[in-house]
Design a protein around this ligand. Structure first.
Ligand code: ADP
Ligand code: MG
Length: 148
């Protein structure tokens, strides 16, 4: 993993509908181009900030993992944003800053549920709070890219 924070931006794509949305935990999936640029050792659960097509920045938990649908040859990156959106936002530009890695957990569901409280508290620390106002998150660009 390159040094955190790790910034990613891309249009939200459809996953396999396996996000546990019925439990109130939808995960917005990043497109292949963004996932393919992730460093090899990037799998895990992170928390950081996210914006969806606007300047509103929210706390989020993101999971980067090997995708069993592709026999674990491809990674997926999916973010649960701690905000209630009026509607789905497939196709919108999602920008995230992965700032703090937590231990990888067995299932996406338990990971997100377990990490949510930790993320909410952890991101209020001054070192993480300062990125809430970072330009990367506040000025969505129309191109797909990621960087750090
Ligand atoms: P998919 O398998 O297509 O990713 P999910 O069940 O994981 O389906 O639902 C993800 C979608 O839910 C996102 O692409 C987004 O449009 C929508 N969504 C609504 N609220 C949120 C939220 N708070 N965090 C992430 N995605 C959300
Ligand atoms: Mg999903």
């Amino acid at each position: 993993m390159r040094h955190l924070p790790y910034f990613c931006r891309g249009r939200v794509v459809r996953g396999f509908g396996r996000g546990p949305k019925h439990l109130g935990i939808p995960t917005a999936n990043f497109p292949e181009q963004v996932v393919d640029n992730l460093p090899d050792a990037s799998t895990g659960i992170y928390h950081g900030w996210a914006s969806v097509g606007s300047v509103d920045v929210h706390k989020m938990v993101v999971s980067i993992g090997w995708n069993p649908y592709y026999k674990n040859t491809r990674k997926s990156m999916e973010a649960h944003i701690m905000h209630t959106f009026k509607e789905d936002f497939y196709g919108e530009i999602l920008a995230t800053s992965d700032q703090k890695r937590t231990d990888s957990l067995d299932s996406l569901i338990s990971a997100i549920q377990g990490d949510t409280e930790e993320a909410k508290k952890g991101l209020d620390l001054p070192e993480h709070l300062k990125l809430e106002e970072d330009n990367f998150l506040q000025v969505p660009k129309s191109k797909i890219m990621n960087g750090h």
